[in-house]
Design a binder for this molecule. Structure first.
Ligand code: M6R
Length: 613
């Protein structure tokens, strides 16, 4: 969603800010803006659309040389996509400028209070309210400097925020704060780069610290001080950023989504490395080891997530029941959090999330925790809000995912859930040999994904054949029913083609009415328990004029009798097959978006991480 960058140091801030905004473009946004302090004056520039538009405007103004500034990419929540609503926002008295990610929930009441005090608002945003409130409380002659005014304002606020604030009257001070939205400070030599994610920092420094909720950091060119909003000093621990620059660059690929699809073999290798203990026939997961006793007593598992992560969670539901014999259910976090869920004794809640910042998933986790569940995270971003909120957890270790359409995070989530199910299974009914056999198959996954990716050119050709069709169906059963949902989501989110995913058997209960001459129906028809049933479903579609595209197991000759186009995946136990079956679907969606001329990594209306409800 929105992105934050701020700089204070000895060099012109502008290049740091623009570079940072470009690195954050992947998060999704609809306008951008920047404020630089120069010669004691605040210069604010905003533009609707891409960061390039903002750059053009700045160039027309001759550029800025000031060495302190803040910049933002906005994804509209309160108020339309206009320059007025874009950040930074300023107060009307003191030359204070602020950028903000999150939502100020009590902004309406605060706005009324500030209007009564004579403040005049220009935008419809909650952020402008915060700018005015800081300005209202700012009284340097009475000892309320920028840091104190920010602390005081945040004591009045309910909601979520990551903010960066500068002020004409304190040109050597940058104040940043966080509650609920991620924010980190990169510590360089005589300079600081603040950002909402590490990708905007790592080209300048690999030393950084993450703000905790309610932390306020006052940064000057000679140092920083962290405190709470109640001004209690806090020690910030500087860490080494693991992120490599090449991980966030295209490296010869046309799009991040494409790069991340092809990176899956390496990503899964990293994900499973050191976690499969062949000698003992058991799974080793560092982040859950301390809860070994509790995990053997677990009677119910609730997996909760949104979007692609929910599809992985749904596969987890099958895995836990099959491999660990523990009753499991996967639920939209947005529904779970509000439906008064019954959390019985010995319940494990697993929040699945790439970013670790999805607002609904975080809230669902908190809700389950309050009701007594043991909280576990299956998360990619280290140190993210969900990772910090959980009792135990397993990181995906698939590297940063920049493409808005999630690909390698999905296969990583399924890989981690498979390992977790085996881990739990070994505590119950699974023998060391059974576990060893599955681990051997897990080890094959990276090489098998590589083999599927070699069919890329053919998959593109298949996609071309159907590219003008506006309605698609994705059908699968068992483990690959969630894979079908994922195939449909991938196609719709980047190519804007209408696609529906469902269990293949459900088709007869209504959706079959949609099938008309030439409608593409993608079936996941790999060899498994329900192969014959899927074949019957395929024939039902064929006999009504639909075009069948199948994802089938290598060596399956019969499938060509029923499907017009076949994309093959290697043979693997059914419970691990989603990690393979999803790859041709990811490639199809990618090609469809490119063929339709869409910006694959910046799909319309979408944000990489959804930090509002
Ligand atoms: O960061 P998370 O995994 O929690 O994100 C959840 C969804 O917002 C995300 O998977 C979304 O559906 C993607 N755009 C799918 O490609």
């Amino acid at each position: 969603m929105c992105g934050i960058v701020a700089y204070i140091g000895a060099k012109p801030a502008q290049s740091y800010l623009i570079e940072g905004l470009k690195r954050l473009e992947y998060r999704g946004y609809d306008s951008a803006g920047l404020a630089v302090l120069e010669g004691g004056k605040l210069n604010v520039v905003k533009a609707v659309g891409r960061v390039a538009n903002l750059e053009d405007k700045i160039e027309d103004l001759g550029g800025f040389r000031g060495t302190i500034g803040i910049a933002h990419t906005r994804w509209a929540t309160h108020g339309g996509v206009t320059e007025f609503n874009a950040h930074p926002h300023t107060d009307d008295r003191n030359g204070i400028a602020i950028i903000h990610n999150g939502i100020i929930e009590n902004y309406a009441a605060l706005k009324t209070y500030l209007e009564e005090k004579g403040h005049k608002f220009q935008s419809q945003t909650d952020t402008e309210v915060l700018a005015m409130l800081i300005g209202e409380l700012y009284a340097p002659q009475e000892g309320v400097d920028l840091e104190a005014a920010v602390q005081a304002a945040l004591r009045e606020v309910t909601g979520a925020y990551a903010i960066a604030v500068i002020c004409e009257k304190e040109p050597d001070v940058l104040v940043v704060a966080r509650k609920g939205s991620p924010l980190m400070v990169g510590v360089g030599a005589g300079e600081y780069v603040v950002a909402s994610d590490a990708s905007a920092i790592v080209s300048h420094t690999t030393q950084a610290f993450v703000l905790d909720d309610y932390n306020v950091v006052k940064i000057t060119r000679s140092g920083f001080r962290t405190s709470t909003i109640h001004n209690v000093p806090v020690t910030s621990k500087i860490m080494q950023l693991e992120l490599e620059l090449q991980e966030i660059e295209l490296g010869g690929f046309s799009h991040f989504m494409q790069k991340e699809i092809f990176e899956q073999p390496k990503a899964i290798s990293n994900c499973i490395r050191g976690r499969l203990n062949m000698d003992e026939g058991r799974i080793h997961l560092g982040g859950v080891g301390n809860f070994s006793k509790e995990l053997s007593k677990i009677k119910n598992i609730v997996l909760t997530a949104q979007g692609t992560a929910l599809h992985a969670a749904m596969i987890g539901e099958y895995l836990f029941e099959d491999l660990a014999k523990v009753s499991s259910v996967a639920e939209y976090a947005s529904e779970f959090r509000y439906r008064n869920p019954i959390v019985e004794e010995n319940t494990l809640v697993i929040a699945v999330s790439q970013s670790g910042e999805t607002a609904d998933t975080l809230a669902a986790l908190q809700e389950a925790k309050e009701r007594g569940a043991l909280a576990m995270g299956v998360v990619n971003v280290v140190g993210s809000s969900i990772a910090r909120e959980t009792d135990a957890g397993v990181y995906l270790r698939v590297g940063p995912e920049i493409g808005v359409a999630s690909t390698k995070a999905f296969t990583g989530q399924v890989a981690v859930l498979s390992m977790l199910a085996m881990y739990m299974g070994r505590k119950r009914f699974m023998s060391a040999d059974q576990c060893r056999d599955l681990m051997k198959d897990m080890e094959r996954i990276p090489g098998l994904i590589e083999r599927i990716c070699e069919q890329d050119a053919r998959i593109k050709k298949v996609t071309e054949k159907y590219i003008h069709r506006e309605n698609w169906l994705f059908l699968g059963r068992g483990y690959n029913y969630p894979t079908a949902l994922e195939g449909a989501l991938k196609l719709k989110e980047i190519s804007y083609i209408h696609a529906e995913g469902m269990p293949a058997a459900e088709m007869k209960h209504g959706p079959i009415a949609l099938i008309n001459d030439g409608m593409p129906a993608v079936f996941i028809a790999n060899k498994g328990r329900q192969y014959e049933k899927v074949m019957s479903n395929i024939q039902e579609v064929r006999s009504r004029g639909g075009h069948v595209i199948a994802v089938a197991t290598e060596g399956d000759k019969d499938i060509t009798k029923y499907a017009e186009d076949v994309m093959y995946i290697p043979e693997i136990p059914e419970c691990l097959s989603p990690m393979l079956a999803v790859v041709p679907l990811q490639l199809m969606a990618y090609h469809a978006a490119v063929l339709r001329g869409h910006d694959v990594d910046k799909p319309r209306n979408l944000a990489k991480s959804v930090t509002v409800e």
